[in-house]
Ligand binder design. Structure first.
Ligand code: ATP
Length: 479
């Protein structure tokens, strides 16, 4: 939100810049192969809005499930929540969004285009022209810019037929507040002891006016957020244990991107927010950044939000949002660590990072999306060697057998080489080929074996159909 100063880089990761492929390559592949389409294209599109196609929807689901598995299912201290999107507008007063979720807006006096002053400084428009005093000028025509005015980024809507202030509501710009206002409900219903977390994934909305660079910045986007509630520190001014817990979450989230999502560590770095960049209530914030084709950009922010949110909501609502500590017999307001990730921004990173060009079996260029198998939208492709009536029944039988277990695609058009390349380009980890040896030929019986071809090594192994599920299970998780 706020203007960004370059902060301290946490040492430890290799800071070798290895550029991702250029954005155009990914945007065009994403559209051609059904991952992401510009929204309402037949009407000329809509700035900062995208639609997710059949493969994009699967990829998004798989990233969300990987997050939920790591953050909720595999942990014993985190539970889930799905709070209403449209709710009492006082939530956004209590959270401070009505007063403070603003960004500085400037207009070009010549062409009247609008910009976020912080985005001009951060390079969202590349190198901008400047006046003699070093102030930015319009990136389109070099015109002078107005003084910044604060602009609230929340979308407003109305509930009911009358459009007056009393019926006004907001579309949520983040998921966290639904968690804070439910803290007591969840803690009591689930009989949780501190520390514990509440996780939520869902859509958020922000009135973004900066050109979004594909799905990096959009009007609506999905977030994956968790609030981790812990005991308040003994010394508010020197919260050593609390800051250590924050560090643990930073490490854990970084590990997730590398080990679970498979992002190259060379393209990830940690950036601690400088003191003047922190919100007044925050004890520390660290961003996990990715090396996008245009430079480093935020992928996730891990914020140590102290007791700010619970205290603010308690003050405005008049309801105590506290925890009863049995040991001391006192009611305390928990402190919070918040890892806040963008699901759709992660999807852009997964596409960029998985992209690779390399030689195929014949030495020609093949494009491969090297997704971790668990993220691949299609796990298995069933490919009869050719479009032939003798092969089809067995191929369809194999397809029917695999479909309930994995997202599976059937394809019998064009040469087998082209079909392998098509599957490589959408990142399918395994192709299963049915040939004439499988079904038998010239009166000879078949061996009922099929070939599994590996996306990354292009190696092929022959396995009996009866052992196919077990052989695939070694290569692709069943999810
Ligand atoms: P930015 O500085 O890029 O606008 P932010 O610091 O305002 O992001 P947060 O409020 O910390 O973002 O939101 C958490 C995460 O949500 C971000 O790290 C990002 O992955 C995602 N996110 C935020 N705004 C958008 C958007 N307009 N489009 C897509 N993803 C977004």
């Amino acid at each position: 939100m706020a203007a960004r100063q370059p902060g301290a880089l946490t040492p430890g990761l290799r800071q070798v810049p290895v550029p991702a492929p250029d954005l155009e390559t990914i945007v065009s592949l994403a559209k051609r192969r059904g991952f992401v389409f510009p929204s309402a294209e037949i009407y000329g599109g809509f700035a900062n809005a995208y639609d997710y196609g059949p493969l994009g929807v699967e990829l998004k689901r798989n990233i969300r499930e990987a997050w939920w598995r790591s953050m909720v299912q595999e942990r014993d201290d985190v539970v889930g929540l799905d709070a209403a999107l449209i709710t009492n507008p006082l939530v956004w007063v209590g959270s401070g969004h009505v007063a403070n979720f603003t960004d500085p807006l400037v207009d070009c006096k010549r062409c009247q285009r609008r910009f976020r002053a912080d985005h001009l400084e951060e390079g969202a428009y590349g190198e901008v022209p400047r006046d003699a005093n070093g102030n930015p000028l319009c990136p389109y025509d070099g015109g002078e810019l107005t003084e910044p005015r604060q602009f609230n980024m929340m979308f407003r809507t109305q509930v009911g037929p009358v459009a007056d202030e009393a019926n006004m509501a907001y579309l949520p710009p983040e998921t966290a507040q639904g968690i804070f206002v439910n803290f007591v409900n969840v803690q009591q219903a689930m009989r949780r002891k501190l520390p514990f977390g509440i996780a939520q994934t869902r859509v958020s909305f922000r009135n973004e006016i900066t050109p979004g660079r594909f799905i990096f910045r959009t009007l609506e986007f999905e977030q994956m957020e968790m609030e981790y509630f812990c005991m308040p520190p003994r010394d508010r001014d020197n919260p050593t244990e609390y800051l250590a817990l924050h560090r643990q979450w930073v490490e854990e989230r970084l590990r997730w991107y590398i080990e679970v999502i498979g992002i190259a560590p060379e393209r990830l770095r940690l950036r601690d927010h400088d003191r003047d960049e922190l919100s007044h209530y925050s004890a520390a914030t660290t961003d996990i950044e990715y090396l996008f084709p245009w430079g480093w950009g935020e992928l996730e922010g891990i914020a140590a939000r102290t007791d700010f949110d619970l205290s603010s909501h308690a003050k405005l609502s008049g309801q105590p949002l506290t925890y009863f500590d049995e040991e001391t017999g006192q009611h305390v307001v928990p402190w919070v660590i918040e890892p806040a990730a963008g699901l759709t921004r992660t999807l852009a990173v997964v596409l960029l990072d998985a992209y690779s060009e390399e030689p195929d079996e014949k030495g020609e260029k093949r494009v491969v999306l090297k997704f971790k198998p668990r993220l691949a939208p299609i796990k298995v492709a069933v490919l009869p060697l050719s479009k032939n009536d003798a092969l089809r029944p067995t191929a369809r039988r194999v397809y029917d057998m695999l479909r309930p277990l994995w997202m599976t695609q059937y394809d019998e058009t064009q040469s087998i080489g082209r079909r392998y390349r098509r599957q490589d380009e959408i990142g399918t980890p395994c192709c299963v080929t049915i040939d004439f040896q499988t079904v038998g030929e010239d009166g000879q019986p078949g061996d009922d074996c099929v070939t599994i071809r590996d996306r990354d090594t292009q190696e092929q192994v022959r396995v009996p159909i009866s052992g196919l599920v077990a052989a695939l299970e070694e290569r692709v998780p069943r999810c």
